[in-house]
Design a protein. Structure first.
Length: 208
């Protein structure tokens, strides 16, 4: 199943040169970020006062900053941190939002109304400003940045998973399982949850 999905994605990319070019650029950036300790020409924190504000040169392809630090090296290490945050946030916010959305969509009622109103409150504020406010309240650290962004990102996955769960619970095979005496939790665990996760994990992957 996984191999078939990868083949389908590769076939779609090959049929669209623009998408293939974009994918190649993204993969090159990801590889460069992961391999930053090996490909960065300098220590990103090393200062060289005599080389400050240097222009483009073979030694410093992107120049140096006001402290003489190599900009290319700092970009590579910065991309590594950004990539790490993106992956953790996608997994944390994706899993939390997906679980909340599935429960809301399947059970409905007061739980659905309460949690969806909570998502409306979060979505009423600009995401970036809300994340900055939460991060400032928690304090300056990488972990708090991840928590702040996750707290503003989970609503997207919750809405998506909720709509998917509502569609699945009305399917014929779910009605058949209910008619055969299957309980609500059995239907949730055996039918709604696996199908919702298989769809939402693709979105989490793309979102990351």
């Amino acid at each position: 199943m996984r191999g078939g999905l990868l083949k389908e994605i590769w076939r779609a990319l090959r049929s669209n040169p623009l998408s293939l070019t974009g994918f190649a650029i993204i993969m090159a950036l990801v590889i460069a970020a992961v391999a930053a300790p090996y490909v960065a020409p300098y220590d990103p924190l090393a200062t060289r006062p005599l080389e400050r504000l240097g222009g483009l040169s073979p030694a410093h392809p992107l120049g140096t900053d006001q402290l003489g630090r190599d900009i290319l090296s700092r970009l590579l290490y910065g991309a590594q941190i950004s990539l790490r945050i993106a992956v953790i946030v996608a997994l944390l916010a994706g899993s939390t939002g997906t679980l909340i959305g599935i429960l809301c969509g399947y059970f409905g009622g007061r739980i659905d109304n309460l949690l969806m109103r909570v998502t409306d409150i979060f979505m009423a504020f600009p995401q970036l400003i809300l994340a900055m406010a939460i991060s400032s309240a928690l304090g300056p650290s990488l972990e708090n940045v991840v928590i702040a962004i996750s707290m503003t990102e989970w609503t997207f996955f919750a809405r998506l998973a909720r709509s998917r769960a509502i569609a699945i619970r009305e399917e014929t095979y779910v009605e058949a399982a209910r008619a055969m005496g299957a309980g609500r939790w059995r239907i949730l665990l055996r039918h709604v949850l696996p199908l919702s996760l298989s769809h939402d994990f693709k979105i989490i992957y793309v979102r990351a």
